[in-house]
Design a binder for this molecule. Structure first.
Ligand SMILES: Cc1cc2nc3c(=O)[nH]c(=O)nc-3n(C[C@H](O)[C@H](O)[C@H](O)COP(=O)(O)OP(=O)(O)OC[C@H]3O[C@@H](n4cnc5c(N)ncnc54)[C@H](O)[C@@H]3O)c2cc1C
Length: 434
């Protein structure tokens, strides 16, 4: 009987566990490794805002999982239910969404997290999110729709709503998104004869006193100054409280007419994890330093859906890609140790230890901020570091080359404003029906 290792989720945590196992355990005839993911690709989230802002082509920041794995089997399916007691996972796949039950001896749960709207009125139905490739495409299409609609003379009375974008959340995702789409909207508006850059309004709403708190006060203030110079309105110590009929309501009583709220201000644990009969912390799976789920031998979790304790502070490591990638590599070794010395693991398993190397953010055309190994950078050099480091980290040479070409072309050509349409072209019968 082969030992079956089942990995749920093909993001940074799950895929990097699979990649390490592909090099090691999966070579053995007595081991079978399977990875299940809802998409057939891995999304490189640090560059997601560049897709929304039309800086790079949408397929260039995703990599097909099948092309990255040689020995690990891949199933393009959605996990519906995890039954730890009977060691089985129910997945559904294809258009018919028919089910399969997958058994396992070792289970890795790496399902990431979801967006949390905190039950604020109107948000669930109308706010844009920035987590998936679909989110970035949807947002970009919507921004272009707004410009197209506002260019009609009959839209003169609605232009405030159509041309105002509010981003909630001044963390990395919110700041990089607002910086990118601010540049995009201002540049794109030049293609519309009835519009001017002056009509574009872009507002960042942040609950704390300084944006980008992860990078410290000095870089946060520098970022705020740079964004303001480029026309972004920043409202600190303020929260979005509701969205109603084309108006975004703020905690200080301000009402902003806008059809576009981008919500980057909250994450929640994955729904499947919170319901498991194992220790959880606000829905995230609690694991020990080896990423084992205590009480459930052979079950592991990592990345955004788990709380992996930092042995120095006792607190969970932050939910970032740089942690998930490294956790994946250590976890693959720990599973090998467990297989070689019985299911509880042997002496050769090692705890996860990692010090954040640094954090970087791109904050608009050729400007960035970075804190690397305690050294702070800002301006062009930080932006150059951002591009160089993330280009190196983007998986697969093919995609690195494609992104490098996109960035080079970006120096010579203005941003593209074509929409990505996915509807079927109209048919003869449809025309007759009309
Ligand atoms: C816009 C943005 C920018 C970011 N920038 C950075 C950055 O610059 N640096 C950094 O270190 N971190 C960054 N992060 C954070 C980083 O992306 C996450 O910490 C990282 O992706 C966590 O990895 P994970 O494997 O735990 O989860 P994910 O990467 O989210 O992977 C989870 C996977 O599980 C799949 N999945 C979920 N549910 C199911 C299901 N029911 N069935 C099948 N599959 C399922 C998902 O489709 C996904 O592929 C960013 C995040 C975002 C959203």
């Amino acid at each position: 009987m082969k030992k079956r290792i089942l990995i749920l989720g093909g993001g940074f945590g799950g895929l990097y566990t699979a990649l390490e196992l592909d090099r090691t355990l999966a070579k053995r005839d007595d081991i079978e490794v399977t990875l299940v993911n809802r998409e057939n690709f891995i999304l490189f989230t640090p560059m997601l805002h560049e897709v929304a802002a039309s800086d790079i082509d949408l397929t260039h920041i995703v990599n097909p999982i099948r092309k990255m794995l040689r020995r690990v089997s891949f199933l393009h399916a959605e996990v519906e239910c995890i039954d730890l007691a009977s060691k089985s996972v129910k997945v559904v796949h294809s258009e018919s969404r028919h089910p399969h039950d997958l058994g396992y001896d070792y289970l890795v749960i790496a399902l990431g997290c979801t967006t949390n709207f905190f039950h604020l009125p109107g948000l669930e139905e109308t706010a844009f999110t920035m987590k998936s490739l679909g989110d970035a495409i949807r947002l970009r299409n919507h921004l272009i729709d707004g410009l197209e609609a506002a260019d009609f003379e009959c839209a003169a009375g609605d232009r405030d709503q159509l041309l105002t974008v509010v981003v909630a959340g001044g963390g990395f995702s919110g700041v990089e998104t607002i910086a990118g789409i601010n540049d995009f909207l201002r540049e794109a508006s030049r293609n519309y004869s009835h519009l001017s850059e002056m009509q574009i309004r872009v507002v960042l709403v942040h609950p704390g006193p300084v944006i980008l708190p992860e990078l410290g006060e000095a870089l946060g203030r520098y970022t705020a100054t740079k964004l303001a110079e480029r026309g972004v309105e920043i409202r600190v110590n303020t929260r979005v409280t509701a969205v109603r009929e084309g108006r975004v309501e703020l905690s200080d009583g301000t009402i902003i007419p806008s059809n576009t709220l981008i919500w980057t201000a909250g994450t929640a644990a994955h729904a499947l994890c919170g319901g498991l009969p194992c220790p959880t912390d606000r829905g995230r799976i609690q694991v020990n330093g080896f990423m084992e789920v205590e009480g459930w031998p052979g079950v592991y979790s990592l990345g955004d859906c788990a709380t992996v304790p930092d042995p120095e502070t006792g607190k969970p490591y932050p939910p970032t890609a740089q942690h998930a990638i490294r956790q994946g590599k250590v976890l693959a070794g720990n599973i090998a140790a467990a297989i070689d010395s019985g299911i509880d693991g042997g002496g050769s398993k090692i705890p996860f230890r990692f010090k954040t190397m640094g954090q970087l953010a791109a904050i608009g055309r050729r400007v960035g901020v970075a804190n690397i190994l305690g050294l702070q950078f800002s301006g062009f050099i930080a932006w150059f570091l951002w591009r160089t480091i993330y280009l190196m980290k983007l998986p697969r040479l093919e995609k690195k080359v494609r992104v490098a070409i996109d960035w080079t072309l970006d120096l010579f050509f203005s941003k593209d404003i074509v929409q990505f349409q996915t509807e079927r072209s109209s048919t003869m019968n449809e025309r007759e029906r009309k």
